[in-house]
Design a protein around this ligand. Structure first.
Ligand code: GLN
Length: 450
């Protein structure tokens, strides 16, 4: 009831597309009753969780922030949702997001933009902006988002909360609306690192419905103050990333100071050369749009979803009318770009080249994590900016993904930790990456640094 009241009070933030009020209350009552009858307490008993509207919840609308899925009701639960429910969580509603998770500001939703609760004239980040604001403004305890190129870490950075993307495959993608399948991961927003670890421990693990899910469940220890966990870490950073001209000077200065402090505290913090920085964003936008153009071809408006009212002259014309009126501008731009880079005459020049860059990035991470426990980066080049200020220049927005897409291209776990504040009053985070499969250590290190 506390969260339902707060959601109603903060409706102007537009963080929720739908609140499951009666259902959530009934579920809470049922959980109370089970406890009173002596049932054992589940791992997430009564924990109030919101879902980005790209995660399937049986019997509930699933819109992906798009008009294209108009009237669509999910026929099954995402594996993550099944596991949350089995451990006593209460799902309170579905969060607004950029259409099909494409965007960095949550201004691409067909259901209106989302506002940053710390300054309602600024963006919350995206694409999981609604899920970030839901946690930021205490409209739930935790939320699930999706991160294909930073959509959990970057809005967490803009909102001053924790945003964590696991190792690729740690959480099943079954029931997650596909954007770029080789990059997509469900991620977790929270304010307390132990909570994030608890949710991961519940929803992670193998799944027969997702062949890309890791075949072994990652062992997740709940981070704690045990002094044996406070061994000084070996930390790498890319000097090129901190020196990059797109980085806000105050963020650069703050990170430099953070590095100095770690060194004074006995940690080994060293610069590792990295000459691929400027290739990361182009590789990401070639691969993600290529995958998106294929994944989104299923939305033809024939079997489900939005249908154009214009009487069709042919089946092709019907598809075209449905897709042209159902998808928003940014989604259409990406389908076109992805189709272009996959077309016969350009495949090798773009798609193959981007795959080669991806391989070099993976090789680089293998080298880095032979000598270091963690790699630190900024999460985003600037703090949250004013609403509307990025909307006329898509390329500038794409370039701002420079620090987040690396983890998706390489499958590494990554987290944005709310450690800093800009003199403009907005928060910004530290991004920490670790080797594939070392999520538990990453969460413990995050605990130590928070
Ligand atoms: N900003 C990135 C994009 O628009 C990230 C999106 C995401 O992670 N879903 O593709």
């Amino acid at each position: 009831r506390y969260y339902l009241a707060r959601i109603a009070d903060h409706a102007s933030l537009n963080a929720y597309l739908e609140v499951f009020s009666e259902e959530a209350e009934a579920r809470a009552a049922e959980l109370d009753k089970a406890r009173q009858a002596g049932a054992p307490m589940e791992a997430l008993h009564g924990v109030v969780i919101a879902l980005k509207d790209v995660i399937a919840y049986k019997g509930h609308t699933l819109s992906a922030g798009s008009k294209m899925l108009e009237g669509f009701t999910s026929l099954f639960n995402a594996t993550a949702v099944d596991r949350l429910l089995a451990e006593g969580a209460i799902i309170i509603g579905r969060n607004n997001c950029d259409e099909f998770a494409m965007g960095s500001t949550n201004e691409n939703s067909a259901y209106g933009l989302v506002r940053n609760a710390l300054d309602p004239n600024r963006v919350p980040g995206g694409s999981s902006g609604g899920s970030a604001v839901a946690v930021q403004a205490d409209l739930c305890m935790l939320s699930l988002g999706s991160d294909t190129g930073g959509s959990v870490r970057q809005p967490a950075d803009f909102c001053g909360i924790i945003g964590y993307k696991p190792t690729y495959g740690a959480i099943s993608r079954y029931g997650l609306v596909a954007y770029g399948s080789s990059l997509d991961q469900i991620g977790i927003f929270g304010k307390v690192i132990e909570d994030v670890a608890r949710v991961l421990a519940v929803i992670g693990g193998p799944d027969d419905y997702d062949s890309t899910a890791l075949s072994n469940k990652l062992a997740i220890n709940i981070p704690s103050l045990d002094p044996s966990n406070i061994r000084p870490p070996r930390v790498a950073y890319f000097r090129e990333a901190i020196a990059h001209p797109s980085l806000d000077p105050e963020i650069r200065y703050t990170l430099q100071k953070f590095i100095d402090t770690l060194q004074q505290d006995g940690a080994v913090v060293e610069a590792v050369p990295f000459d691929l920085l400027d290739f990361i964003v182009p590789a990401y936008y070639v691969l993600s749009t290529a995958e998106a153009s294929s994944n989104l071809s299923r939305y033809d408006g024939v079997k489900y979803g939005h249908q154009s009212q214009t009487p069709p002259e042919s089946l092709d014309a019907f598809y075209k009318a449905n897709r042209s009126s159902g998808f928003g501008r940014e989604v259409q731009r990406r389908i076109l770009l992805g189709t272009f880079v996959l077309s016969a005459g350009y495949y090798d020049a773009y798609f193959t080249k981007a795959q080669q860059v991806r391989k070099l990035l993976v090789d680089k991470t293998n080298e880095v994590f032979q000598g270091y426990d963690a790699l630190i980066l900024p999460t985003a080049p600037t703090p949250a900016f004013p609403l509307g200020s990025g909307s006329d220049d898509p390329i500038a927005l794409y370039l701002a993904d420079i620090y987040t897409v690396f983890a998706n291209l390489t499958g590494l776990p990554g987290i944005s930790l709310p450690l800093f504040q800009h003199t403009n009053g907005m928060p910004f985070g530290l991004q920490v990456l670790s080797d594939r499969g070392t999520d538990s250590a990453l969460l413990q290190l995050s605990f130590n640094w928070l």
